[in-house]
Ligand binder design. Structure first.
Ligand code: WQD
Length: 343
């Protein structure tokens, strides 16, 4: 059984990816320092797959400790690197924390990938690298725009580090640029666990509906879009997860045509904030308490993906629409409440 090393697998997208990897026959080990997560999601992974995933509780900014993990797992066929701080808002106030953590951890992992001759490397990147592009739908060749936050800049710089690394190393790398990952595994055993008050739209919607938040504020309704609210390319987290398995398989089969390739992970369909709210109301049968508010500084007005490259080269096909995303996000929120009530 081929073994994969995942970093940051106790997080939202990492945990869903581990489920998909296991369901596709891979053995997985995880590295996560749990500063922004617990092993709760790995418990959910075990309930879903029947497999207990070992977590090395290691800070990837410590090269010696990171090296020890690789030394103990010399048989891995690839690394999928999720581990990073990812709050756009926090990064504005703590830029040095973001540069130090996100870049040091990446460089340390790449040093070990090089030393142990790991053949394949997949990097968790983001559509935020495109900045305020107006060339929609976005293709991978779109020139990167001005990063709108230090978080986005760490993703841009991370991609450049990997590009320079790939030029002089045989490891084959893939950059996956996520658009807006939302929703939860249909079992409702794993999902998004925002620490404190969420910033992102979908957990704000579900926490408002369940009564943890008083209301949703729509950040801006006078933009030049079909209903005045911002447009995003929401993509189901299980579709994002499957793209990682497809990307690793693509590298293992040596179908890549270059040492470094980039893929957009979006549905290709833009959805406005008000449409997302309507989709939630439809699947939940609830009337959501929302108000129309002022724009949020730094928000891109509209962004959605051209995902042709991932479809054609990776054989990847996103399966879920906005209603599935809202349904599974809501089921997860309800499961979280019931678990608290029953414990
Ligand atoms: C979506 C839309 C808001 C909250 C995220 C991550 C970023 C990156 C890209 C991974 C926007 C509106 C939101 C609310 C609202 N992901 N909104 N009321 O900003 O697109 O970025 O995806 O790398 O890390 O932050 O996502 O969910 O915050 O906002 O109206 O209470 O919803 O204005 O138009 P965003 P988001």
């Amino acid at each position: 059984m081929q073994k994969v090393l995942v970093t940051g697998g106790c997080g939202y997208i990492g945990a869903h990816t581990i489920v998909d990897l296991i369901n596709n026959g891979f053995d997985v080990v995880n590295v996560d320092n749990n500063i922004r997560s617990t092993t709760k999601l790995l418990d959910g992974v075990e309930q879903i797959t029947g497999k207990k995933v070992r977590n090395y509780k290691v800070d990837l900014c410590n090269l010696e400790d990171t090296h020890a993990v690789f030394h103990e797992n010399r048989d891995i066929v690839g690394v999928i690197h999720f581990a990073a701080l990812k709050s756009v808002g926090e990064s504005v106030h703590e830029p040095l924390l973001y540069f130090q953590n996100n870049l040091t951890s990446l460089v340390n992992v790449l040093k070990c990938v090089k030393e142990f001759n790991i053949p394949n490397f997949v990097f968790s990147s983001s559509c935020s690298v495109y900045g305020n592009t107006t060339a929609l739908p976005v293709v991978e060749e779109t020139p990167l725009g001005e990063a709108q936050s230090p978080y986005a800049r760490t993703k841009q710089m991370g991609e450049q580090i990997i590009e320079d690394f790939s030029r002089v190393n045989t490891t084959q790398s893939i950059l996956l640029r996520y658009f807006n990952p939302v929703g939860a595994h249909p079992s409702a055993l794993i999902g998004e666990l925002p620490l404190g008050k969420p910033d992102n739209l979908v957990p704000v919607i579900t926490q408002t509906a369940i009564g943890k938040l008083p209301k949703v504020t729509v950040f801006g309704t006078n933009f030049n879009t079909r209903d005045g609210s911002c447009i995003r390319d929401y993509i189901h987290v299980t579709d994002i997860a499957n793209a990682h398995t497809k990307a690793l398989q693509y590298l293992l089969d040596k179908r890549n045509t270059a040492n470094l390739e980039v893929f957009n992970l979006g549905t290709g369909t833009g959805v406005t904030v008000l449409e997302a709210i309507k989709a939630f109301e439809k699947i939940s049968g609830m009337k959501l308490n929302y108000e129309l508010g002022e724009p949020r500084p730094g928000d891109v007005i509209a962004i959605y993906a051209n995902n042709t490259k991932a479809r054609e080269k990776l054989g990847w096909e996103p399966k879920s629409g906005i209603e599935d995303m809202m349904r599974t996000a809501w089921q997860w929120e309800v499961a979280l409440r019931d678990r608290v009530l029953n414990n």
